[in-house]
Structures are given as C-alpha cells and as structure tokens.
Design a protein around this ligand. Sequence first.
Ligand code: AMP
Ligand code: GLY
Length: 420
Amino acid sequence: MKILVVGNGGREHAIAWKLLQSVNVEKVFCAPGNGGTALMAKCENIAINGEDFENISDIITKNQIDFVIVGPELPLSKGITDYLNTRNIPVFGPTKEGAQIEASKSWAKDLMLEAGVPTAQGETFTDALSAKIYIDLQGAPIVIKADGLAAGKGVIVAQTIEEAKAGIDELFNGGFDRVVVEEFLLGEEVSVLALTDGIDLRLLLPAQDHKRIGEGDTGNNTGGMGAYCPAPVATPEILEKIKTQILQPTVETLRKRGIDYRGVLYAGLMISPQGDVKILEYNCRFGDPETQAILPLLETPLDQLLWACAQQKLTDFPPLQWLKGGSVCVVMAAGGYPASYDKGKVITGLEKAQDLGAIVFHAGTILDNQNIYTNGGRVLGITAIGDTFDQALNEVYQAVNCVNFDDMYYRRDIAWRLNS
Ligand code: AMP
Ligand code: GLY
C-alpha cells in the first residue's frame, strides 16, 4: 500500500514512522512533511500543503496512492475528506461536518448535550454584554472559549471576574463572533483517543500531555510540551466510564445526525478527585504530542487499523495489541515559543540520541544540504519507551541531553504527576 500522510508536525512523523513498520506499507508520502520525514527510508516529502486539495488530489493520482491519512484539523475542517471522497479516494479523517466537533466549540457543546455526556455547564454568547452579565452571575474561576480554530490559544481559564471579562473583550475584538462561557472544572486532565469507523470504536491507551510552557505546568498554553502514556490516572474503571458515558454516546449521536465520522475522536477529559469524568473538548484528529508517546507502544499494524476505520470494518478487527511498560515524549522547542522565536538554527546530536535507543520525531525542522535546521516553535519530540516509566524517563532525558541547537528549550519535568 502507498499512503499519503497530510501534515508536517511531530504527530505526522510518528504516524509515518509507525506506518513504515508494517510489511504491507510500500511507501509513505508526506505533504508537506518535515526534516524527519525527509530523512526516513521509503518516505518522500511533497511540497504541498493540506489545504491545497486540487494538488493533493493530483499527486495521489500521479503516485498511485491508495490511502490518505490526515493529521491536522485545518484541512479536515476545510473539507479535505469530502473533496477526496468525491474522487473515490479512501481517507482516514472525518468530513467537514464531523470536524466541527473541534472547529466549533458551540457545535461541540450542543452535541455533548444531545449525546447526554457529562461536561461543564456553560452557555454560548454572540455579544459581549450578555456574556459579561452571565459571568457576573456565575462568578470566578470561569472558563471562556473562542468558537473557532485558534491553534490552542482560544481558551482562557480566568481566575477573576475581571480577567474573564477582559477575555470576552479580547475574543470578540479578536474576530470571533461567538464564545462559550463555562464552569471551571477541577481535577487531572487526560487525553483518550478513540478510533472510529462511524459505528464502532476502539480506544488507544490514555495519555497525558503538558500544555503549559513552564515547569510545574505554569505559564502560557502551548500546543503541548511533552506527553506520557499510558497515564495511570485513567484506571480501567475510569476508562470504561469514558468509553460508555462519553465516547460511545458521541459516536452514536454523530451517526444519528447522519454524519459519517471515520477518524480519530479525541476526548480531552477532566477527572475529578472523586473519579468523575467530564469532557472538556473533542478534537477531530490525533493529539500532538500524545501521538508521539502512544504510537511507539502500539503493536497492531497502524495501516490496517486505520484502513479498517476508513472502510467501516472496525467491528471485525482483532483486539489492539500494545507493548507493556510506558513511554515518555519530551518536546524540544525554540526559545521564545509559544510567542515569537527564531528559525534556521542548525541541530546537532540527533544520531547520538537515536543511538541511545530513543526515537527522534521531528516537528518544526527542515532538511537542507544534509543538515537539519529548526523551522518552527516545537522543533523535536524525543520519545523513549521502557519496561517502567523510570527507565523511559531516564533514557529520554539522556537522549535530550545529546541534542543541541541555539536557544533550545524543553521542560525537565515531563511526567511529574507520576510521582505526585
Ligand atoms: P480546550 O481547548 O477546551 O481543551 O481547553 C484548553 C485547556 O483549557 C484544557 O486543556 C484545560 O487545561 C483548560 N480547560 C478547558 N476547559 C476547562 C474547564 N471547563 N475547566 C477547567 N479547565 C479547562
Ligand atoms: N496535545 C493537545 C492537542 O493535540 O490538541
């Protein structure tokens, strides 16, 4: 099988890497890919971005590609799956309608209510004044969410009423025309990704990412600074609740609405100190960096699993097989990220890190003349797996220590909750 992976992050490198471990996969193309996918054997980058549907469709025909896996939310929410489906090209990833589950917080909130899944209480507003009146009534802390794709920057967890109102102004003045205001939930977060064919679903191992830039989970939100898997906070009992109370009713409700959802249904969840679970958000794609921690533990061939979803044959698919033990992924970022940062710094020590047994996933990198340069905010995701988390942590930080580029930044406390 020849497969096209759309995207250029660490998530897409991890997907391509996993696909190429399968004997059935002859070649992987990445559009546009990054420095890491450029270096992999049997993998070719094509300089087209995921929103350029016509050119994507042309390269699929030209290279006789059998299957397309879409990484990021943007092409999904713009309808890449719908476009390719009309050309009879099998795609893993929901249609434009289904992708609203991530692209519109108010649409997602409606769906949650219709499905009867536990979530924070909240309301949607189309004007600042009504939102502020509601905030006065509810008090703080309170959470404000922009209704639209905001690259991880559309959520404000306000500690005071003033902060919440300033957040309302910021979002309405920043071009959003709807905001969701919701109850603040206390607890520990976990990401559970389900793969679905629109009817059935399978859960991947739970992961926890570290969204904040600073150690101790402080500072600004980022795309994610590291992850580990399986997150012990999601015990078997809690996972069962997540499956039966949240993911299954969601898939069922999507189906009832006539939405053909074949892809990842990613649930961002809050587990309360009492063990109750509520959904914070859905995403319509693999998480990043979670995927860089989850896929190295998966033994089932990824191509077959995703193909079964795209062909609506998940019910007959054998149980997923996983390696025992744990994995830890540490994101190495450009200094300044998530605000402004420089690009074009040469990266050294990648082979040394790999020689230690770690897996080096590239995110914002570019290959030029045999050298790898930084080309984004999140630059690399270094993952190690071990029989125990201690082994994985030890190995991952040894590998991180081998890598160098000017002004690099990473958190030294990934997976800290394991010992808390
Ligand atoms: P979201 O994009 O909806 O997942 O929000 C981003 C982050 O904001 C989440 O990962 C949480 O850390 C935080 N967050 C979102 N909603 C809530 C909530 N209702 N209560 C507490 N924190 C929240
Ligand atoms: N790591 C969070 C996300 O992928 O949205």
